[in-house]
Write a protein that binds this ligand. Structure first.
Ligand SMILES: NC(=O)c1ccc[n+]([C@@H]2O[C@H](COP(=O)([O-])OP(=O)(O)OC[C@H]3O[C@@H](n4cnc5c(N)ncnc54)[C@H](OP(=O)(O)O)[C@@H]3O)[C@@H](O)[C@H]2O)c1
Length: 371
């Protein structure tokens, strides 16, 4: 016995009443149960949409409370040039007191003059401290203490001092591997260690580590630089877990190529392969990077990226890194597969650049020999 004959399906009645011209026969005669999965799917989809909307609504509640920069003391290492100087300017524009840390005193004085033009009140101060952040922890601790005595406890520390080398692995002088780890990694550990106790006591603070896109993906020419920037991510993840209960939030910044004196220096020795790979994404201005860094640090975002490439790389490499908003977590979940697919195309094109450069070199070598 078929379901259609056994059951008094209301559709029949409708048909008899002449309503059914628009309703397909398979619906009227016994196949109504085919609708059940469709209805269930719609209900599930409605639940998912409602759940996501709810998460979006509660997201601001679990995010850190933004830090007020007006009157705050911000220390910027590497603040005499490039990205660091622009970060200092951005904070100063919002009423912060600034300590600039770098080695060259002349550059520090120049930067101080430039930053002071952006004062929003006459109480603001820019303090300059000349020290090498990578050599001696005792020295770094003592200058941070001096800065705190003059301008009060540090509310935000931006670890931006850094150097880079772009060359083929076997062409990098061996001591550069050590030096890059010292400046880029230890040069961030020491100032962070020096401000930590006070931040924990006050239960407030922001710490920024300026890594690089080369700290998210290893690229040709960066065998010395990339590891020193990858290390910052490991430090930040472990430390964030320790200090979150103290209301201290860390931000790791991954700038792309940015038009600074540092990049100009790096370009002098950059291998052709590295240049060609870098050219696949554009060049940013330090002011643009600084705005994003300061906004993310104030909000306590763990990841800070610049531009669409940066957004994709951060979502792709998020791993087990902390999220500071549900929105960010959801975006990572949804975009991961698509971004991995795009990344595979990028990797393929980078490999082909490296292969082409190698073949060109070999051809010109054999041409030289035959002459
Ligand atoms: N520009 C880019 O394309 C780019 C891209 C990604 C990431 N980054 C990163 O962003 C940061 C800033 O780069 P930038 O391009 O703005 O560089 P930059 O223009 O060369 O500025 C570097 C700053 O760091 C200071 N510094 C270097 N070594 C130091 C040390 N041992 N102790 C104390 N201060 C030191 C420099 O001053 P003194 O030399 O006077 O000490 C200067 O103030 C770096 O960490 C870099 O790796 C840059």
């Amino acid at each position: 016995m078929s379901a259609s004959s056994a059951w008094a399906w209301p559709g029949r009645q409708l048909q008899e009443e002449g309503w059914s011209s628009a309703i397909p026969d398979w619906l009227l005669f016994g196949s109504w149960w085919l609708l059940v999965p469709v209805i269930m799917l719609l209900v599930v989809a409605a639940f998912i949409v409602a759940f996501v909307l709810l998460l979006y609504m509660v997201s601001p509640l679990i995010s850190p409370k933004p830090l007020k920069l007006n009157g705050a003391h911000v220390v910027v290492t590497g603040g005499s040039s490039g990205i660091g100087k622009c970060i200092a300017i951005e904070c100063y524009k919002q009423g912060a007191f600034i300590t600039l840390v770098a080695r060259d005193e002349n550059k520090l004085v120049q930067a101080k003059k430039e930053i002071e033009k952006y004062a929003i009140n006459d109480k603001q101060v820019v303090l300059c401290i000349s020290v090498d952040v990578s050599r001696d922890y005792g020295q770094v601790e003592s200058v941070i203490k001096q800065a705190q005595e003059k301008l009060g406890p540090v509310d935000m520390l931006v670890n931006c001092a850094g150097i880079s080398v772009a060359a083929k692995f076997e062409e990098v002088e061996v001591d550069r591997f050590k030096r890059l780890m010292e400046v880029n990694y230890l040069g961030s550990v020491y100032p962070t260690r020096a401000v930590m106790n006070t931040m924990k006591e006050r239960r407030v603070g922001r710490i920024v580590f300026v890594s690089s896109q080369a700290g998210q993906v290893g690229l040709f020419g960066y065998t010395a630089y990339s590891p020193s920037k990858f290390a910052l991510r490991g430090l930040a993840e472990a430390l964030q877990m320790e200090v979150k209960p103290y209301n201290i939030y860390l931000t790791v910044v991954y700038p792309p190529d940015t038009d600074t004196p540092g990049l100009a220096e790096e370009n002098k020795t950059k291998p052709l392969e590295t240049k060609m790979i870098s050219e696949t994404s554009g060049i940013c201005q330090p002011e643009q990077v600084a705005k994003i860094v300061v906004k993310d640090a104030v909000q306590g975002n763990f990841n800070s990226s610049v531009g669409p490439d940066g957004y994709m790389l951060s979502a792709l490499t998020c791993g087990m890194s902390p999220v500071t908003s549900i929105t960010e977590g959801l975006q990572q979940i949804v975009t991961m597969g698509l971004f991995r697919t795009i990344a595979l195309f990028y990797l393929g094109s980078f490999d082909s650049i490296v292969r082409r450069c190698m073949m060109q070199r070999e051809q010109s070598k054999s041409a030289d020999k035959s002459e």
